[in-house]
Structure formats: structure tokens, C-alpha cells
Ligand binder design. Structure first.
Ligand SMILES: C[S@@+](CC[C@H](N)C(=O)[O-])C[C@H]1O[C@@H](n2cnc3c(N)ncnc32)[C@H](O)[C@@H]1O
Length: 327
């Protein structure tokens, strides 16, 4: 048996001594065996927390994926191995925190949705697609958008929404008759459709055309804010969060579309925790409200859509409030 396979076997058996010896003799901790599993996945699957820890310390990648797209954390989660799961979760959060810091330091983050904003989009009854047949927005999200609107409008007053898309959240926001309802939208065709469908004529609506990054000086202070853009990354969401203290009233409510790593259950947990932690550092508490979505998401929903951006059974709707105010 080759050394990598031996390491997988030892990890599977929870043989911490052998794992240690093999690592010291130079065995590859990121080895994939014949099943396509790494030593870390084997240890996680069988709940050998001490081995999980050892492998992570030796540099085993926490986010490697099996042929069925499962990570070590997914294996621990599915088998109910809490200790191994907690170690992996912590490793994932720490790794992403460090990676983010390095990327920001190296200035590797720039305008990422430039292409999308310049390309054509197409509207149909149940979706808005980009030029590559990727869904910008889909009608199955309507109940989620209604729940987001309810959360951000719960204190009434002045509401800000970033990203119009199909106008689902904005339609729901209108039902709460806010004192003012500001919508920021950057795509020229989406904006043109907003105008054509009468959004600019609504008494309490103010439309600001442009990327949120570019129109920040036109924004004011709001009682409720919702954020849901497209073609951007976690770093953009994170950047938006840095402006929250300047945009959200102390007693205001903030929410965002929580599609973070919507294709993998464990990565989603890592990113839910990461975003909550980063918001906490900015002075906001985050409540994640579970909403079942399995029933509104049959396979037929994705017909003709290139990227299935959501594959989980539960959506966790974030409700964020200033920690001082919520105490
Ligand atoms: C997922 S859709 C929003 C869906 C919306 N929540 C709804 O209920 O229909 C994202 C929208 O954000 C817009 N967008 C993308 N990047 C943006 C940016 N940097 N600033 C403002 N809007 C942006 C897109 O053009 C798109 O209309």
C-alpha cells in the first residue's frame, strides 16, 4: 500500500500514533485515496477528533472535496461527530479569515462585476439571466424576499435596497408603505425596465442608478437596509458591511441575501459563522432565521440555468442589529 493510502487507513482507524509517525516520515496529508477521499475526510467521517486535529496541524486542506462534492466537515456533520465538526469549523473560519486578510493586503480584490454590468441580460417570467445563462435572480426566491422585506421593514421609516433584480424584494417592501424607499441598481437594462414598469413614479421611491460602491455619497441614513447584488464576491459584501455604521440608524435592521457557498452545506456553515463574526466586530449581532426551501426547489426550477447557485434545504435569513441597541 502506498504511504498516502496508509495514512488514509490509519486516519480511518483513528490510529493517532500511526498517523503521527506517517506524517513525520513525510506522508502527503492531502493525498486522495482510491475512493477520492483524503485522510482528513476519513478521520472526520469516523469522528476521530484527535486525528482531525493532527492532520489539520500538519497542513491537511480543510476544504478538499470528495468526488460527490463533500468536504471533511460535511462528513463530520452528516455523521453527527460534533467534536470533529467543531475543530473543522474553526479551521475553516480561521483559514478564510487569514486568506481574506492576505488578499486584501495584496490588493487582489478589484472591480469584479464589470463584465456582468456591460453584458446583456434577459428577463422571463421566472428568472433574470446574464449573458452566460447564469441566473441573476429567480422567482423561487420570492418567499425569501418577502421574509427579508418583513425583517428590514419591521421598524418602518426609511428603507434602502441594493440590487433590484426582478423587483421581488422591492414589491414586498412597498407593501409596508415605508416613508421612503431607495433602490440602488447598477445594470442599465434592469434600470431601464424599472423605469418602464413605473417604479420611478411611485411617491416614496427614489432610484439611484449606479454601482453601490460609486453612489455611496448619495445615500443617507436608513431604518432598514437590504443587500443583494450579483457578480460580486464575499469581499464585496464584506466591504459593504464596513459602511453599515454610516448608513444604518442605531436602531435599524440590516439583512442580506445569504447565498454564501449555497452549493455545499459545510462551507455554508463556515461562511454564516464568518460573516456573523465579521459583523460582530463592526458592532452588529446576527440572528440566522431558518427557512425551509426544499419544497419550492424542484429540479425543474433549474432547467436552462447554467449554475445551480443554491442546493441546500434550509435558507438562513440574517437579521442584523446594532449590538448596543439590541442589548
Ligand atoms: C440577485 S439580483 C437582486 C434581486 C432582488 N433582491 C429581487 O428581489 O429581485 C442582483 C441585482 O443587483 C444588481 N447589481 C449587481 N452589482 C451591483 C452593484 N455593484 N451595485 C448595485 N447593483 C448591483 C444586478 O444588476 C441585479 O439587478
Amino acid at each position: 500500500m502506498d504511504v498516502g493510502d496508509q495514512l488514509c487507513e490509519a486516519a480511518k482507524n483513528g490510529d493517532a500514533g500511526k498517523v503521527k509517525a506517517l506524517i513525520e516520515s513525510g506522508a502527503d496529508v492531502s493525498h486522495f485515496d482510491g475512493e477520492g477521499l483524503t485522510p482528513l475526510m476519513h478521520a472526520a467521517k469516523h469522528g476521530h477528533a484527535d486525528v482531525v486535529k493532527k492532520l489539520l496541524e500538519a497542513g491537511a486542506p480543510w476544504n478538499a472535496l470528495s468526488p460527490s462534492n463533500l468536504s471533511a466537515g460535511d462528513f463530520a456533520m452528516d455523521a453527527g461527530h460534533q467534536e470533529a465538526f467543531d475543530i473543522l469549523l474553526n479551521a475553516g473560519i480561521q483559514a478564510e479569515l487569514v486568506l481574506g486578510t492576505i488578499a486584501r493586503k495584496d490588493n487582489k480584490i478589484g472591480d469584479c462585476n464589470g463584465d456582468y454590468l456591460e453584458d446583456r441580460v434577459s428577463f422571463s417570467e421566472d428568472k433574470l439571466m446574464d449573458a452566460e445563462s447564469k441566473a441573476v435572480m429567480m422567482a423561487w426566491e420570492k418567499p425569501l424576499m418577502e421574509a427579508h422585506a418583513k425583517a428590514v421593514c419591521s421598524g418602518g421609516g426609511h428603507i434602502l435596497n441594493i440590487g433590484f433584480g426582478m423587483g421581488l424584494v422591492d414589491t414586498a417592501i412597498q407593501q409596508y408603505a415605508p416613508a421612503s424607499h431607495t433602490i440602488v441598481e447598477a445594470h442599465p437594462e434592469v434600470y431601464e425596465r424599472m423605469i418602464r414598469t413605473g417604479w420611478a413614479e411611485k411617491d416614496n421611491v427614489k432610484i439611484i442608478f449606479g454601482r453601490w460602491q460609486d453612489v455611496l455619497p448619495q445615500l443617507e441614513l436608513y431604518d432598514g437596509i437590504f443587500f443583494d447584488t450579483y457578480g460580486e464576491y464575499y469581499e464585496d459584501l464584506r466591504e459593504f458591511h464596513q459602511y453599515l455604521p454610516a448608513l444604518l440608524k442605531p436602531e435599524g435592521i440590516y439583512s442580506f441575501f445569504n447565498g454564501l457557498c449555497g452549493g455545499n452545506p459545510f462551507f455554508h456553515v463556515v461562511y454564516c459563522q464568518l460573516v456573523s463574526l465579521e459583523l460582530e466586530n463592526l458592532g452588529y449581532s446576527t440572528q440566522l432565521i431558518p427557512l425551509p426551501v426544499k419544497n419550492c426547489l424542484g429540479e425543474e426550477v433549474w432547467e436552462g440555468v447554467k449554475h445551480k447557485y443554491w442546493q441546500l434545504d434550509t435558507y438562513y435569513l440574517p437579521v442584523c442589529q446594532s449590538i448596543q441597541d439590541s442589548e
